[in-house]
Design a protein around this ligand. Structure first.
Ligand code: ZN
Length: 389
């Protein structure tokens, strides 16, 4: 690349993230001092000249680099006191993604990879308007591999769809080493196993491992599964004050309170946290179907959430004040089925945190949800029979 000489001696590794053991060595993102550009030159030494794409996003300024190797592990930090460490992880079956927060608006001036696998990206300082214009060209969700649709029903049993929140490059809320995505997955798998053991339900999961799933893909999966009930699992967090216990959310275009509205905004930011430009093209989910069926499903969702609140407070006692709330969560925008989002507890609370990472607690919590679903099913059958009359 013209003007971008190899300057390994001047390479500056600016702080590493702690990595876990893996067969593959960690690839370190390096910031190289460079005078020709009034910006940054980054270097990533890959094993081979793999396909890649590099682009910027605005609000906040971020550099995103995708490399066609799903097992790639990348570490590094763009500045010692920069806006935060970079995040890296698998984005779909083919690509790994690196997201590096930038201290100021910048755009990609040059990017190239040499035959030895040295990937170099030159970032130029830019105005906010230039960054916004560049960010509009960033690839959206359409570049991703999508999750497979649910398998056809294997029985006539009611099907419960469990949606462990976040995953892959989107960790959700973080507290030290504890990530929301891991708690959601562990609890989701436990709940699925318990529901299947009853012999009364068929279960489908939107993810069974640590992978990124688009919010709309979760909704599409639920809609295609002909679900009796859709449950999305998350953990809550507060930055000020204290709160603990589980919260049940049902879908509503108007939030029940300002905290719930904020909660929905945070959870709806999952695609953006994964470095995706919001795409209106994929947002084909009807938001306000006002027909009879969707209104009935609103009532059924609320009945399910009420039963879950009861069984959770009976079994675990960990339920917050005003445990049943409503907000406009993107994953709950499937009006043709009852649905709820469960915030298992607060990552910001030490007691909840210790509970939520404990397999014993996850078993108790899941057992309480099974009880709640059982009781709701009975009430729901009566409700549906009434609707038929
Ligand atoms: Zn979440």
């Amino acid at each position: 690349m013209h003007g971008m000489t190899r300057r390994q001696a001047g390479a500056l590794i600016l702080g590493l993230l702690g990595g876990t053991a893996t067969a593959r060595a960690e690839v370190v993102l390096t910031a190289v001092q460079e005078t020709r550009f009034s910006g940054l030159v980054l270097r990533l030494d890959l094993d081979a000249p793999l396909p890649f794409r590099a682009f910027v996003l605005a609000d906040p300024p971020r550099l995103v680099v995708d490399v066609a190797d799903p097992e790639l592990r990348i570490a590094g930090r763009l500045a010692p006191a920069g806006p935060g460490p970079l995040r890296a992880g698998r984005i779909d079956a083919r690509w790994s993604r690196l997201i590096a927060p930038l201290e100021r608006p910048m755009t990609v001036a040059e990017a190239g990879i040499d035959p030895g696998g040295a990937l170099r990206i030159a970032l130029e300082r830019a105005s906010g308007a230039e960054l916004a214009a560049a960010a509009r060209l960033a690839p959206g969700p359409e570049v991703l591999g999508r999750i497979a649709p649910p398998p056809p029903a294997a029985s006539s049993l009611p099907r419960i769809v469990i949606d462990p929140g976040h995953g892959g490059i989107d960790p959700g809320a973080l507290r030290g080493e504890i990530a929301e995505k891991d708690i959601a997955l562990a609890t989701g798998l436990e709940l699925a196993a318990q529901l299947e053991r009853t012999g009364r339900y068929e279960v489908a999961l939107t993810r069974r491992d640590d992978r990124f799933v688009l919010l709309d893909d979760r909704v599409r999966f639920a809609r295609a599964s002909d679900a009796a009930l859709f449950l999305s699992l998350h953990t809550n967090t507060v930055t000020a004050g204290q709160a603990s216990g589980a919260t049940l959310y049902v879908s509503s275009s108007e939030a029940s309170d300002s905290e719930s509205a904020r909660r929905a905004r945070l959870e709806n930011g999952s695609d953006s946290a994964a470095g995706l430009r919001p795409s209106e093209v994929l947002d084909d989910v009807a938001r306000t179907l006002m027909d009879l069926e969707s209104r009935a499903n609103g009532t059924r969702s609320r009945m399910a959430a009420e039963r879950l609140v009861e069984s959770l407070s009976d079994a675990t006692g960990v339920i917050r004040s005003r445990p049943l709330r409503a907000a406009d969560f993107q994953v709950l925008r499937a009006p043709e089925m009852p649905s709820a989002l469960i915030e298992l507890g607060f990552l910001s609370d030490a007691g909840d945190r210790a509970d939520m990472v404990s397999p014993a607690w996850q078993r108790r919590f899941s057992a309480a949800i099974v009880t709640g679903i059982d009781e709701w099913m009975t009430a729901d059958r009566a409700f549906l029979a009434l609707m038929q009359r």
